[in-house]
Design a protein around this ligand. Structure first.
Ligand code: NAP
Length: 262
């Protein structure tokens, strides 16, 4: 697999056709320095026609370039933020990194392994699931006042940090405040569409890394963001990388951040 930069800042810095190694991919995805609040980057893979799953899971859309980026993005973050629907559908375990990846993290001031932070209104995370048992770092569960008390108790007994907020759901403000309180500023949100839709609606999505997988899926699968009401969030293109198999790795940053940094 050879990643080609097919247009980093296309209009000003045309580097079409140059190879991109892992160090360059890491550099292209560096979080802003000196963050004083959680910066929410989200990563999704989609088919060309906008489907968020193939055969019921995102893995059906995967390509080598997407897998490579997925691992690099996990290496760069303090915490992986994920909705319970995705954690259940994709049978999440903890983040698994090589010794080399952990060493790079520690050298740059990060914990050896990022923490998974799961958002759930119902508290329906099985204390026996891989999320809790197959992990080096216990997850954090952020849940609502409506959560199932017995499930919350079982999670706490299993060593999980459970944060209960008031109300029937977890607001974007609660999510951001919780991440901030935990000292997590480099956030990688891995969806799903319900959680991402809320973040976009509330103007809290700072950045989107969207892989376009070279396939059409059709069917009835959803898109990468959904919410009860439509809303716009203008984004600037940061870069586009392409693999020989047709995969496109695109990165988009909320328009005002680019304007601020110019
Ligand atoms: N293509 C990709 O890159 C990609 C990435 C991620 C997911 N997916 C796919 O997307 C599908 C899942 O979609 P989804 O919309 O159900 O995902 P989701 O957003 O991960 O899950 C929704 C569930 O997460 C919890 N949740 C999310 N936001 C919440 C909030 N603000 N407050 C309280 N609870 C919250 C709730 O769980 P409770 O029911 O426990 O209350 C809710 O029912 C799966 O098929 C998965 O494979 C694809």
């Amino acid at each position: 697999m050879q990643l080609l930069d097919i247009g980093t800042y296309l209009t000003t810095d045309l580097t079409v056709g140059s190879d991109v190694d892992d160090d360059a991919v890491r550099a292209l995805h560096a979080y802003p320095e000196d963050l004083n609040r959680p910066w929410i980057r989200t990563n999704f893979v989609s088919s060309i026609d906008g489907s968020v799953t193939a055969d019921g899971a995102s893995a059906g859309l995967g390509t080598p370039a997407d897998a490579r980026l997925f691992g690099i993005l996990r290496e760069l973050c303090d915490a992986v933020l994920v909705g319970a629907g995705t954690a259940r559908a994709e049978n999440y375990g903890g983040v698994s990194l090589s010794a080399e990846e952990k060493a790079r993290r520690v050298a740059s001031g990060l914990a050896p392994v990022p923490t998974i932070v799961v958002v759930t209104a119902s508290g329906s995370i099985d204390a026996e699931s891989r999320l809790v048992t197959d992990t080096e770092v216990k997850p954090v569960v952020v849940t609502s006042a409506a959560a199932d008390g017995s499930k919350v108790a079982a999670l706490r007994t299993a060593g999980v940090t459970v944060i209960e907020v008031s109300g029937d759901t977890v607001s974007t403000g609660d999510i951001v405040a919780t991440l901030d309180d935990l000292g997590f500023h480099r956030i990688l949100c891995e969806g799903g569409p319900g959680l991402f839709g809320q973040l976009v609606s509330d103007g809290a999505a700072d950045e989107l890394c969207l892989t376009i997988s070279p396939m059409l899926v059709v069917g009835s699968a959803g898109r990468i963001a959904h919410a009860a009401h439509a809303s716009d969030l203008p984004m600037d293109r940061a870069h586009v990388l392409g693999d020989a198999d047709g995969t496109l790795l695109t990165r988009w940053v909320r328009a005002r951040h680019r304007a601020e940094s110019r």
